[in-house]
Design a protein around this ligand. Structure first.
Ligand code: ADP
Ligand code: ZN
Length: 216
């Protein structure tokens, strides 16, 4: 099964992706994670992406095209994948359709995590991450038992550079302008499962699970 997950920054794409890949045995491909890794390693892609990302702007489609094509050159995607944070523009979606066609693959469903902009501010500005194990916390909703320290592995939590109010505004407007129209694009292909992402993680997951099981 090949899935896409779409939602505004803070809608819970990362959290829901983690649960879905475990339950449905999918390979997780997050362009945001790939780009952050490239920035950390100072690769050519990372050098281009860094400024856009810190500002909350979209990285150019050509750069994204290259990292996606490279990702498909590994042969671990034949048993199902989940794209998280990609595609993010109409051009990327059309490009993905072409890439998949050449590989004889297709998208089976698009999960849309729907949430209001107001709900997102606390989620994003309160978000803290464990750089060692990837666990996600929130200082308002999901505090670690010891402030600033990961419950799972004891590492010191960090905040993403773009998780501030100013970058969030840009990310939200990019989302509404470029990414939200993709929902219609995929609705025309009858692939979209809409969910109310303001509900708890378990509720949202159950809804998605029963939808996906209906497809199998
Ligand atoms: P969020 O959805 O919370 O903003 P992501 O980790 O998906 O977080 O993305 C972080 C940043 O990485 C984006 O603001 C953007 O700069 C860049 N990025 C990630 N994926 C894409 C993409 N498919 N196209 C363009 N830019 C991207
Ligand atoms: Zn940890």
């Amino acid at each position: 099964m090949n899935l896409l997950i779409i939602g505004a920054p803070g809608a819970g794409k990362g959290t829901m992706s983690d649960i879905l890949i475990k339950n449905f045995d999918l390979v997780h491909i997050s362009t945001g994670d790939m780009l952050r890794e490239a920035v950390k390693n100072g690769t050519p892609v990372g050098k281009i992406a860094q400024g856009y990302m810190n500002a909350g702007a979209l990285v150019p489609d050509e750069v994204i095209h290259d990292i996606i094509v490279e990702r498909f050159s590994k042969d671990d995607l034949d048993n199902g994948f989940l794209f998280d944070g990609y595609p993010r523009t109409k051009a990327q979606a059309e490009d993905l359709s072409l890439i998949l066609k050449q590989l004889n693959k297709k998208i089976d469903a698009v999960i849309n995590l729907d949430i209001s902009d107001e709900d997102l501010v606390k989620r994003i500005t309160g978000r803290r991450l464990c750089p060692a194990c990837g666990e996600i916390y929130n200082i308002y909703y999901k505090k670690p038992s010891k402030e600033g320290i990961c419950d799972k592995c004891g590492a010191e939590l960090i905040q993403r550079k773009d998780d501030n109010l100013e970058s969030l505004e840009t990310r939200l407007s990019e989302y509404h302008k470029n990414t939200q129209p993709l929902i219609e694009y995929y609705e025309e292909m009858d692939l979209v499962k809409n969910t109310d992402a303001s509900k708890g993680v378990d509720v949202v997951f159950e809804e998605i699970r029963s939808f996906l099981e209906g497809l199998c």
